[in-house]
Design a protein around this ligand. Sequence first.
Ligand SMILES: [Fe+2]
Length: 299
Amino acid sequence: MSSVFLDPQFSDEERRRHLYEGHLLVFSPRPCVNALRDFARTMIEEAFQGLDPTRAQFHLPVEEYVAILAKLKPTFINHPTCKDLLQTILSDFGCDLTRTYFDVPRLRTSTSDGYLTSGIAYAFHPHRDTWYSAPQCQLNWWFPIYEIEPSNGMAFHPRYWSQAVANSSRIYNYAQWNTQSRHEAARHIYSDTRPQPHAEEEMELDPQVRLVPPPGGLVMFSGAQMHSTVPNTSGKTRFSIDFRLVNLDDVTNRRGAPNVDSSCTGTTLRDYLRGTDLAHLPEDLITPYDTPPLNQPGS
Ligand SMILES: [Fe+2]
């Protein structure tokens, strides 16, 4: 059973424990998150040059839209201000920055009415991030930049928290993906043929949970949580930010969510940066994750 906690007064350790047990946490907007939200809004609104970003898709040819996102997204992701704002968020939430490592915040878009669902605005089918070489201790923090509604947010499928799904994660190796497929995203405008892990059996996606926080309202979930992009029928593009965290002690001690069905190889751990000085995790901690055995003990 998964619970949804609203504004829990947990320590970081308690928060991680609850997330590893499959619960979802939601936090009301607070100034530190709103600062990142507003920084993103400024960049997005500059990129769309006066068009309402949530409606710009109806005024631009899709190729032009892709070109805007192809410039906007990497600029945002790699902007030093993003890292600064993210560090402030982690401090405000009581994370120990010396032991908390983050991946750069991603800017996501989900366009309406099937305008653009591949490549740079990939509409994610039901998946666990742990099918994509994420460690079992990966935690995801996600928030919308503008108002969302149930028909343009994201969906959770918590019945699969403890239930295995036949899937093709065995085909996925993060190092290979990085060298072969990632940089091709902007070329996949009409369809996406890059090999990605999928369920290999029929899934029951309903009932599903769609959390609808206000802009800057933060949703936290485990990378092992089954989730998907909602088919957007709202008439508005959804813009959201998400970033991933791992805790040094959990990486070291192999704490995290249970692995019920993931068999990918490689690891995303080399992407993470320490909260204090942006140092990488020690390589000797990462190596054992490169080819994790299925159902590793304690994970
Ligand atoms: Fe995901």
